[in-house]
Write a protein that binds this ligand. Structure first.
Ligand SMILES: Cc1cc2nc3c(=O)[nH]c(=O)nc-3n(C[C@H](O)[C@H](O)[C@H](O)COP(=O)(O)OP(=O)(O)OC[C@H]3O[C@@H](n4cnc5c(N)ncnc54)[C@H](O)[C@@H]3O)c2cc1C
Length: 503
């Protein structure tokens, strides 16, 4: 009997720089498979926006595989059951796949597939696809490994793929077939390898020029940030390819005669900041890889009990609906619903607000934000959420003022007003704290606080002071400091004294 090879596509929906596909394609009869995995789709952190991006990626992948003479076989179900059924009809002797650091459910799924393959006598060949190191013993030297991997040769796209022709290809399915609603938002980016490359190209040629200066404001960030995050999450492009393209662009600029041109200097700074963030991408995912439990529990257990039992559902609902009475918070929440993306500074501020001002435990907001972010990447997400909630013990406690953020990042209300039309006629100087307008001003500008726009749900200064005292009372304890040392040893960045995750 002749056995096939099976390439299992997961969060690596591309054909270029794809080791499993390249290796398997060298043999005859290569089955390319994607599974709509019932278990990972029916989780709290999964949303239609992820499904849509996934489907767009599948359409592009199928087209590209067709051009290479193959097809993308699509199935739905629990992964082991799908593998078993396929193997019964079309035996394969090797599964080729990428390692994935996902949520708890996908981690369990991978273990089940691995164990089934072992029982069935099928080889399971797994490859890394980023700088995350499996079974890492120490964080010392991690950056060196990352650099080494990012500078490895790009794996070429196979020139052709021989696939068995007698397999039913299966359909790209609709969200409604998984009880997901069927909305498609035109403000969302479109998934797929072709779009990923276009997005990278426009960033490296034009949009990234002022990246370093413009990444923090939601007025400029939508254009000046790379917007590569969802493409990286779904593996529409490899992080290595993105890194090498940005290095190549920097080298091109350096080789120009007009090196001292301010525009070129700006470009070089922007590209260097961008490359650092690509390293952070893997640095944060490494934390979840090393300790999958951080999806559910504090990285630093000394903070256990700090916010449990204090959950105020009214605050939570107001935050979720963009009805807190703080314009920049509300605009961000509404922008996320609309387009599935917001920049780093605003994400950090949203979590700081729920964690400090509203004193909510990070778990429920984390799930909600996971559903709102098209680029949801569990390793970055949970590490960042915990850092912004102040429960790692190894990062500076940063409590963002939602008032100062308006003054610093959107003083003319360009972003805010595009999402909060009820504030349209308010003069700029009232935008940070509209509730401070007099009654007369409120009626003059057609925005009565409590009627057209909510009164702040908490007082900023009072909430800030209360939260700061509570968090520092734990942070300064000897037992917390001891725990923090352990956290640093396991997860801390060893790269000089710089802390990652600021912008
Ligand atoms: C609370 C919170 C949750 C977050 N959740 C996610 C998430 O689920 N998925 C996700 O991709 N990013 C997450 N981030 C990190 C960051 O906000 C996004 O990566 C970034 O905004 C994506 O936009 P971009 O692709 O234009 O990024 P750029 O600024 O252009 O950066 C390029 C790439 O570098 C990586 N990157 C950038 N900033 C960071 C960072 N601070 N930490 C780790 N990697 C970074 C991303 O892969 C990004 O695509 C989170 C940040 C916070 C504060």
């Amino acid at each position: 009997m002749s056995y096939s090879q099976l390439v299992w596509f997961k969060k690596d929906l591309r054909i270029k720089d794809h080791s499993p596909l390249y290796q398997a394609s060298k043999k005859r009869n290569c089955i390319c498979l994607f599974i709509y995995d019932e278990e990972t789709i029916h989780t709290d952190d999964f949303d239609t926006r992820h499904f849509n991006f996934l489907n767009q990626s599948l359409i592009d992948l199928r087209k590209k595989l067709n051009e290479l003479g193959s097809n993308l076989i699509i199935r739905r179900g629990k992964c082991v059951e799908v593998f078993r059924e396929l193997h019964n009809k079309h035996p394969f002797d090797t599964i080729w796949a990428h390692q994935e650091t996902g949520n708890w459910i996908s981690y369990q799924r991978d273990l089940k597939v691995l164990s089934w393959a072992k029982e069935t006598g099928i080889q399971y060949r797994e490859f890394y696809q980023n700088g995350v190191v499996r079974k890492l013993h120490t964080r010392d030297g991690w950056s060196r490994i990352w650099n080494q991997r990012m500078n490895e040769k790009i794996i070429p796209t196979p020139s052709s793929i021989h696939s068995p022709k007698n397999i039913d290809c299966g359909q790209i399915l609709k969200p409604s077939e998984f009880n997901l609603n069927s909305t498609t938002n035109t403000k969302e980016l479109v998934g797929g390898e072709s779009h990923a490359r276009q997005c990278l190209e426009t960033f490296l040629r034009e949009r990234g020029k002022n990246y370093q200066k413009e990444m923090s404001s939601p007025v400029t960030a939508f254009d000046s940030c790379s917007r590569m995050s969802s493409y990286l999450t779904f593996g529409n492009i490899s992080i290595k390819e993105v890194y090498q393209a940005s290095k190549e662009r920097a080298n091109q600029i350096r080789s120009k005669k007009s090196k001292s041109n301010p525009e070129d200097k700006g470009w070089l700074k922007s590209l260097s900041s961008f490359q650092s963030r690509l390293r952070w991408h893997c640095h944060f995912i490494q934390k979840l890889e090393d300790e999958p439990e951080i999806e559910y529990q504090n990285i630093n257990r000394a903070y256990d009990g700090l916010r449990e039992g204090a959950f105020n559902s009214e605050y939570y609902e107001a935050w979720l609906k963009g009805q807190t009475g703080y314009p920049i918070i509300d605009a961000c929440m509404r922008a996320l619903k609309d387009g599935g993306w917001i920049n780093f500074r605003m994400r950090a501020m949203l979590v700081s607000f729920t964690s400090y001002h509203l004193w909510l435990h990070w778990k429920k907001p984390a799930i909600e934000l996971a559903r709102l972010f098209t680029d949801y990447e569990p390793g970055i997400h949970y590490s960042q959420i915990q850092m912004q909630a102040g429960v790692t013990g190894i990062n500076t406690v940063r409590i963002y003022s939602p008032i100062k953020q308006v003054i610093d990042q959107d003083p003319q209300g360009i972003f805010i007003k595009s999402y909060l039309p009820e504030l349209n006629s308010i003069p700029d100087h009232h935008l940070a704290e509209p509730h401070k307008m007099t009654q007369l001003e409120q009626s003059m500008y057609g925005c009565v606080i409590g009627k057209n726009y909510p009164k702040p749900i908490v007082d900023h200064s009072e909430a800030y002071r209360g939260a700061r005292d509570r968090i520092y009372s734990i942070k300064k304890m000897k037992s917390t400091k001891e725990e923090s040392k352990k956290v640093f040893l396991k997860h801390g960045s060893r790269k000089s004294n710089r802390r990652p995750a600021r912008d």
